[in-house]
Structures are given as C-alpha cells and as structure tokens.
Design a protein around this ligand. Sequence first.
Ligand code: 6CS
Ligand code: FE
Length: 288
Amino acid sequence: MKDNYPTRKSKKGKFINRICPVVYEKPELLSEAQYEFYKENGYLRIESFFDKKQVTDLLHESILLRENKNYGHITIEPNSNSVRSITGVHEKNLFKNFAENKEVTSIITALLGDMIYIHQSRINYKKALDGTGWSWHSDFETWHSQDGMPNMRCLSVMIPLLENTECNGSLIVIPKSHNIFYSCKKEKTVSAEENFADQKEGVPDEEAIKYFFKNSNGAVEMIKCKPTDLILFDCNTIHVSTSNLSNNDRTNLFFVYNSISNRLVSPFKGTPERPNEMASRGELNILS
Ligand code: 6CS
Ligand code: FE
C-alpha cells in the first residue's frame, strides 16, 4: 500500500498536508457549533456527558486492574515501578460497555463517515508525584509508522476518571495542528515497549513545534476536565502532557476509534507488528 505519510525515514523532518477530511458528517448529538469547533481545532470537550455513577464504577475497575495486574498489556513508568498504562481493556465488561456506548459510537460513526472499531484502548494512570508525561507528538505518527494505519480517518475519545487540573498533568493540545502531518526525522530504533513507555522515536523537533504554535497563532489549550466529561481529539492533533507534580492521581481512559476502511496494514516502518492489545488486527469487532 502507498505510504502517504513517510516518517522516521530521513535525516530531516518535513511537513505533509493532511489528505483525508477531518470530518465526514455532523453527528445528531453535536450542535453545529460543537461540530465546527471540532473540525476547525481538532479537539472538543463535551461537559457532563456521562452520569457520575457510571464513571465512578470505571474508576474502581481501573484501580482493581492496576492492583491485580491480571488483564491487558501493562507498561511501567520509566523512572519507577508504578503502572503507567494498561492497554487492551476494551473487551473487559465495564470498559466494553463504555466503548460500545450507543451515543458515543453514533457521534464517532458520523464524524468518521464509516463503520468503526477500536484500534486501541488504554488507561493512563499518571500517579500523584510519580506519573511522567509525554513529549509533544501526534498519535497518528506512531500508529502510521509502528502499526501500519494508512490514513487519518481515526480519532481518540478520552474519559477522565479523576479530575484533570492545571497541576496534575492534563492533556495539552495545539489547536488546528491536526491538518498538517509532521514527518519526524529518523532516530535510533528502540523497541515498541520502550517507545510506548518513554517516546524517543516520532517526537517532532523544536522547530516543528514552533511552526504548529505559529499556525495556531500561539494558541495552546490545556484540557482541564472532570469525571463525566467526554473529550474527542483527532488522531493527528499535536498534544503533550507534563508529569504529575500534584498530590492527586490523573487517571484517564482512552478509546481510539478507527474507521473500517482505514484498518491496519503492515507497519510502514517495517518493524514487527505491536501486540494486539496495543493495535487491533485480524478479526475486528465492528461497532456500528
Ligand atoms: O504508542 C502509542 O500507541 C501511544 N503513544 C503515544 C505517544 N501516545 C498515545 C498512544 O497511545
Ligand atoms: Fe498521545
């Protein structure tokens, strides 16, 4: 298959314009203003989408998973023994119900204009005074290079299970960055595990980030949010999160919805396929 977004292949990074549309159809559950905001900026925060009890049950389940370490693919923090992430949770009962929530999937199906499935699910725990962040990056750059995701017909849903504040490492996005792909320069290859735990390959350089800042007229948005909110962000929206310097954990649940016409092929980087708990392959559970 043609590689529309060659990355991690040459000495210098470069910009490539996005090929596929950001959105295909306005979901009934989004207002015109919300739909236009998402299309324009590459992210959207919908307040109080879920009910409190539903989300509290998810939080308890996420704590059990972290304590029991008996499900999913576990990644440990690079500088401690704390659990950083657990991926591959969307087949587990409570999480499955959320991933297949009819209101959520109806929004995603309209936005992506296709049938959808879960490419990846993860719980990022970011423990108080311990959880480290992620450098500026595009998720799509990793999913294209390391998972073989051909195009950008894919988006992430974030469900905060605990409050995300200005000091516990909230997600920070650069509005409008989703329209431009940054092809990262070639780096020394590290394993998929290492790159997930502490990304070294696929990190845009400072010049690139400055370009994205310029492109957004300097706008940078910290997504402060609370349990029951629903956050959508495009697979190519440039984002970062800092370490958690506060006394409060910042636990977020992510479901990555990919369109069925954008299912994975062989990784464009030529590296081995990542485990199914990090990138769904083979028989897919179509959600719409
Ligand atoms: O490797 C991945 O799939 C993850 N890496 C980053 C840097 N962001 C989210 C994504 O799930
Ligand atoms: Fe990311």
